[in-house]
Design a binder for this molecule. Sequence first.
Ligand code: SAH
Length: 295
Amino acid sequence: MKPPYGRRPTQSGTTTQGTATPSSGANRGTNRGTTLQTGTARTSPVTAGAALKRNGSSPLAGSRTSIVTNAGTNGRHSGIGMTSARTRERLVQRLRDQGIANPVVLDQIRNVPRHLFVDEALATRAYEDTALPIGLGQTISQPYVVARMTEALIEGSAPRKVLEIGTGCGYQTAVLAPLVKFVYSIERISALLERARVRFKELNIRNVHLRHGDGFQGWTAHAPYDGILMAAAPLAIPEVLFTQLAPGGRLIAPVGPEGRQQLVRITRRAEGRGEELQVETLGLVSFVPLLKGLG
Ligand code: SAH
């Protein structure tokens, strides 16, 4: 089978497919947003561990800025009842149990007020580990998947400049932004983009640059990026994105047709270091498709 990654990558890491028991489907359902099909693995969803040393201590520890400190103190921000600190802590514990180990990432899951990114009617479900609808046929990503992708992106050393494709409601962006210097995020649906813009302002997130555009083209003006994170699944990763990835940079993306998507991490090796692209597979996922053109 032709690999979906454009160029000839070297395949390292192991797919969870080999070891996973068939998915129970419990997580798939209607919210196709970004469910990681854990198979065996509510406890250990990613068996690519050989290549993906779990990152217990983070290079960023101590340097994190909490975005909730800037978020105001009214009830909607600080959270009550189902959006309270205790509810968030339960989510953090759940992700920890599933293998998310990087404390910086867990802090972000704890601190980013996910309930502000969903419709008020869904706020009580905001700290469940599930994708939720955000309108216009799109979904907010599942916290586990956001945490997993963020962890995979910043492992070892955090990228400085990240291109995100598929801003959606901006939740993934908000989790990532305090951990890197700049996020450039593209969304094809302008109504979602504008909503995200309001959220970032409200939460005083200032290092995110937004663009209404088609992620298939990437964003040449600010390339190269140390990291690229795709929040929607292409059948094959657009070749142009590799040209926008800096040597040593990483691209995290779900790839493949509906029902058979793999989360991959592709590292562009520093120049002169063997095969140019190294691919690791991180598990089966279910994302909305990457669509061409503007919405
Ligand atoms: N991580 C986001 C969810 C993203 S859902 C969050 O936390 O909310 C995927 C998003 O990708 C959708 O908003 C969809 O409109 C967008 N998308 C799909 N194809 C795209 C493309 N070609 N360019 C930019 N955005 C795209």
